[in-house]
Design a protein around this ligand. Structure first.
Ligand code: F6P
Length: 324
């Protein structure tokens, strides 16, 4: 039996397990054996794999996390370790490797392609910053998690007339912050794609207070500010109570939404169909709700898929100066 290998890589994302399940089931349906490497590229270097069966994946569809573990692998930046990984894959006689992960994992996939390995990449990251697709597995779940939490926080802030700073995940991209800020009717969003300095944030807060909003909500993507320090400064400078909340890993865990489960199935099915047709080295994705396949070398060079149009709408809606 020919073998298809699979890894889940990078920060985990709700729906990775669902995608793993569809890859495993499709592999056997098409007459392949499926092997899973634990801990992504690290597992390939360490030759830490097992034959994963339909039985193994029976009960994982709706679970967050990854049953085969996900990891980032520093070692994999080193060409010597990449060569070991290639040797291990070749020794095992793998027809193709399915990489389920985000843009860092895509770079790893591309380097394996350069060394002669057949790869198919599937986008799975809560950040939705894989540029060759409109939708990554896990993003919708993370945004729903964040939105629910921001809704709750806003209610208690309103009751106590407090300003609030809420930090979402997304160190390089502001998609989670933007979508969850819009969906929870927050007042201000700060994303790395349009960095706001403290003076900007102060002006926005002052505008909100001037227009009678006693509990402005500011949603920020992580790594831009020390939100706890900033909240103390806001409280002091506006003489108005302010609180800071980092949503952290509560965004990344939990069951995948319906949207992410559907993506997981569609991407998994398409990956094995491509491999079965001997079409390799593509990144699977979605555009206008249609499955697309972009050559990996092109996918890793594409520009940001930050939704500037949504960001512009958000700013128009929330600028009290625009209100007559
Ligand atoms: O890539 C997904 C992500 O959750 C980012 O939003 C976040 O910045 C990062 O991973 C956190 O990574 P780690 O869990 O390794 O600290």
């Amino acid at each position: 039996m020919e073998k298809i290998a699979v890894i889940t890589s990078g920060g985990d994302a709700p729906g990775m397990n669902a995608c793993l399940k569809s890859v495993v089931e499709m592999s056997y349906n098409y007459g392949y054996e499926c092997v899973a490497f634990r801990r992504a590229y690290k597992g390939i270097i360490d030759n830490d794999y097992f034959t994963i069966t339909k039985d193994d994946v029976k009960n994982i569809f709706n679970l967050g996390g990854s049953m085969i573990y996900s990891a980032r692998c520093e070692q994999f930046l080193d060409i010597e370790y990449k060569k070991i990984a290639v040797q291990n894959l070749n020794k095992l006689g793998v027809k193709a490797l399915v990489v389920i992960g985000g843009n860092g994992s895509y770079l790893g996939a591309k380097s394996l392609v350069d060394l002669g390995v057949n790869v198919i990449a599937i986008p799975a990251t809560i950040d939705n910053d894989v540029h060759s697709t409109s939708d990554s597995i896990g993003f919708d779940s993370a945004v729903n998690n964040a939105t629910n939490m921001i809704d709750n926080i806003r209610q208690t802030m309103q009751a106590n007339e407090r300003i609030c700073l809420i930090e979402c995940m997304g160190r390089h991209g502001g998609n989670i912050a933007l979508y969850s800020a819009m969906a929870s009717e927050a007042d201000i969003v700060a994303v790395p794609e349009d960095p706001l300095d403290k003076a900007h944030i102060y002006r926005f807060i002052q505008d909100q207070l001037n227009y009678g909003n006693r509990s402005p909500t500011i949603v920020v993507a992580e790594k831009q500010y020390d939100i706890f320090q900033l909240s103390r400064e806001i409280q002091r400078d506006f003489n108005h109570e302010c609180r800071a909340v980092a949503l952290g890993y509560m965004q990344r865990g939990g069951s995948p939404t319906v949207k992410d489960r559907m993506l997981a199935i569609r991407y998994g099915v398409s990956a094995i169909e491509l491999i079965d047709k001997n079409k390799f080295n593509f990144a699977i994705g979605l555009r206008d709700d249609k499955i697309i396949a972009t050559p990996i070398d092109k996918a890793v060079k594409m520009h940001s898929n930050f939704r500037q149009d949504l960001y512009d709408s958000f700013k128009l809606l929330n600028n009290p100066r625009n209100k007559k």
